[in-house]
Design a protein around this ligand. Sequence first.
Ligand code: GLY
Length: 440
Amino acid sequence: MTLAGVQRKEGEADYMKVLIVGSGGREHALAWKIAQSPRVDKIYCAPGNAGIAQIAECVPIKAMDFDALVTFAREKAIDLTVVGMDDPLVGGIVDVFESHGLRVFGPRKNAAILEGSKVFSKDLMKKYHIPTAEYESFTDPEAALEYLRTKASFPTVLKADGLALGKGVLICQNLEEAEAGVRQIMEDKKFGSAGDRMVIEQFMTGREVSVLTFVDGKTVKPMASAMDHKRAGDGDTGLNTGGMGNFSPSPFYTPEIAGYCQKNIFQPTVNAMAKEGRPFKGVIFFGLMLTGDGPKVLEYNARFGDPEAQVVLPRMKTDIVDVFEACIDGKLDQIDLAFSDKACVCVILASDGYPVKYGKGFEIRGLENFKDKDGYYVFHSGTAQKDGKIVTNGGRVLGVTALGSTLQEARANAYKAVDWVDFDNKYYRHDIAKSIDEVK
Ligand code: GLY
């Protein structure tokens, strides 16, 4: 019997064992979606969390311990490994798995650089005329400071070159702030070696939209669009976070804009990577700004977004395991990627104090309220099991997610479900998806 409740037919090939690498809400959403595949009868997750443990067997192996992951995958005869997180992808986990003959979904190291280096991605866009903000890159802080004093306009955007837990982007309102930012990134090494190089970029205005796409090296197929809320506080105030909630689809991402992006951004990016000898297979997450001059790329990620996965995957109708395999085998053109017309909203329940300092270990009550409720999901981001209870174990704790016939209905459902769970220190934004009220 598979996880999706399908009985194996005689003579049919063995069902699959899948390993997911990661431990957040994105990996919980992936585990939930993979479990619906009639092809899968066992899911492991390394290291996972308390919510994932309800679907998959969690194994205490860290995502960066490639040797231990390979040994585990070989011992358990894993058929497919799906890597959720950016660090192992940028660190080359796919190359290591492939060198042992293991099937794995995600970009190789030479393609994951699309997220791993801002300088690389900006240079790629410039070379291949992919719309993005004007920029300069720097290896020397003095040259960066000189540029700020003589050429930059404000606000301006500073980006550490490498991965920095999503915190390496600073929006500076004036020269003083920008000078301090350069010193933090390049001299004080606030983001470690991610700040060995940096980009200074023109500030763009408009609406942001996230588009996750499946890519097989040559074909690119977009999933449904989403819109994230990165700031910690209501009204887009406070510090940048990994994302405090989001919704799908974005009503601002019209079919015309989607067509423009496919032609001028998505396909050219995939073609450019192939031309550079870095064919990309996996998910490219296009962070876009819909500016007055048309859509432009804010950033690329080489993975599913978190919490974008939590609102996109509940709408996906296609068997995700078929899509993963098609990407690996270069056959994505043969997949009919379909999404439901329903809307989806996710509200992140965080620990008060996130993203700076927060307590952990508080009991979470009410999770059972989601059982057997169609269209309501609670994806665990930072949870653990302790003394038979589920407790908070991170800044982002849960992603309360709901479907609805419209975005308004999905939003009302999600906020209703926010009250079903409780824990000390519970904090959330009250205005997720507020911008949909501005749609004319
Ligand atoms: N939600 C933004 C990200 O996953 O990078």
